[in-house]
Design a protein around this ligand. Structure first.
Ligand SMILES: [Zn+2]
Length: 319
C-alpha cells in the first residue's frame, strides 16, 4: 500500500493546467525544488533534475515537452539503489540546447542575479490559477503530507530560503494558514490544521475520493479521541472513588484498633460496617444500600474521618 503522500502525488501527476501560464508556473516550482543547470561550450543551458518519485519524473518530462512546441531533447536515467529499502533515483535531463535555454529564460531563471533567487518567479505568478499550479509543482517536488490517521501535517521542504518565503506568501494569499520554520539547512513551510490541509489538497487538484478518505479517517480519529477522553475521565473518577474508599477503610480499621468502633453512634457504625463489606462501592451506591441520601453518607464518612484524625493526633501516628 503506497503512503498517503505518494497516493496524493500519483494523482497530482495527472493534473495539468490547461493554460500555458499554469504549465510554466508548475514547471518553475518543480525545478526550484532541485534542478541544476548545466551548459555547453556554445553557452546553451540545460536542465537536470533528480527525484526518487517516478511519477514526478514523468510530470517534469510532460511539462518540459509541453513548454517547447518545436520539441526538446530529453533523457531519463534510472539509478537502482543497491541498498535495501532505498528508493531508485530518476534523473531527467534536458541536454544543453537553445530550446532548454529558452525554457529557462521564460521561467525567469536566467534573469536573476543568483540562480537561488526565487523572487523573480513572482513575474510568472500574476493569476491565482498560476499560484495554485506553482504550489502543485512545489508539492510534487518537495512536499509531503501525513496520513490522516496520524498527526495532521503537510509540508514543503526546500534548502532555498527565498523559495520557501515565496511558497509561504502564496499560501497566505490563498488564505492558507501556513508557518515557516527551519531545520538543519532546510526551510519548511507547513500546515497543521486538518481543514486547511484538505483545502490545499483540493486546490492543487487532489480528487474528491482521496479527500473523502482523508475526511472519514479524520472523523474516525476524532470519535476515537472523544471515546478515549471519556474513558480516561471515567477511569480517573473510578480511581478517585477507590482511593477514597481505601482511606475510609483505613480509618475504620484505626477506630477498631483503638476500641472506638463499638462506641460509635448507631448510624455511623452501620455506615462503617457497610463500607467494610463493600470496599468498591461509591458513596452513591452506599447511599442506595442504606436508603438515604449521598450527602448523608458523605457527612457520616467525614465524622469517621475526623475521629480517626483525632486518634492519629492523640497517638502521634503519621498518615
Ligand atoms: Zn495560470
Amino acid at each position: 500500500m503506497p503512503s498517503f503522500a505518494s497516493q496524493v502525488k500519483n494523482e497530482l501527476v495527472h493534473v495539468i493546467g490547461s493554460q500555458v501560464c499554469c504549465k510554466t508556473a508548475e514547471l518553475a516550482a518543480l525545478l526550484r525544488m532541485g534542478a541544476t543547470i548545466s551548459f555547453n561550450s556554445k553557452h546553451d543551458f540545460g536542465i537536470n533534475f533528480v527525484t526518487e518519485n517516478a511519477a514526478v519524473a514523468r510530470k517534469i518530462l510532460t511539462l518540459l515537452k509541453a513548454s517547447v512546441p518545436q520539441g526538446i531533447h530529453t533523457e531519463v536515467t534510472v539509478r537502482r539503489s543497491r541498498r535495501l529499502r532505498k528508493h531508485n533515483n530518476y534523473a531527467v535531463r534536458a541536454t544543453p540546447s537553445p530550446e532548454a535555454s529558452s525554457i529557462l529564460k521564460r521561467l525567469g531563471f536566467l534573469t536573476a542575479k543568483n540562480l537561488l533567487d526565487a523572487g523573480t518567479d513572482r513575474n510568472i505568478l500574476q493569476n491565482d490559477c498560476c499560484k495554485i499550479a506553482y504550489l502543485r509543482g512545489a508539492f510534487l517536488g518537495g512536499g509531503s503530507v501525513n496520513k490522516p490517521e496520524g498527526e495532521y501535517h503537510l509540508e514543503f521542504v526546500t534548502d532555498n530560503y527565498t523559495f520557501a518565503k515565496l511558497i509561504r506568501d502564496l499560501c497566505h494569499e490563498l488564505y492558507l494558514p501556513v508557518g515557516l520554520t527551519d531545520r538543519k539547512n532546510v526551510y519548511i513551510v507547513y500546515l497543521k490544521e486538518s481543514e486547511a490541509i484538505l483545502e490545499l489538497l483540493a486546490l492543487i487538484g487532489v480528487e474528491e475520493s482521496l479527500l473523502q478518505a482523508f475526511e472519514s479517517a479524520r472523523n474516525l480519529k476524532e470519535i476515537r479521541n472523544q471515546v478515549n477522553r471519556l474513558v480516561n475521565c471515567e477511569t480517573a473518577n473510578l480511581q478517585r472513588t477507590i482511593n477514597a474508599a481505601m482511606k475510609q477503610i483505613e480509618n475504620i480499621n484505626l477506630l477498631i484498633k483503638y476500641d472506638e468502633y463499638d462506641e460509635l453512634p448507631k448510624v455511623l457504625k452501620q455506615t462503617a460496617n457497610l463500607r467494610l463489606n463493600n470496599p468498591e462501592a461509591s458513596l452513591t451506591e452506599l447511599a442506595e444500600l442504606l436508603n438515604c441520601s449521598r450527602s448523608a453518607i458523605n457527612h457520616r464518612m467525614r465524622k469517621i474521618d475526623a475521629l480517626a484524625m483525632q486518634i492519629r493526633k492523640d497517638n502521634s501516628i503519621k498518615e
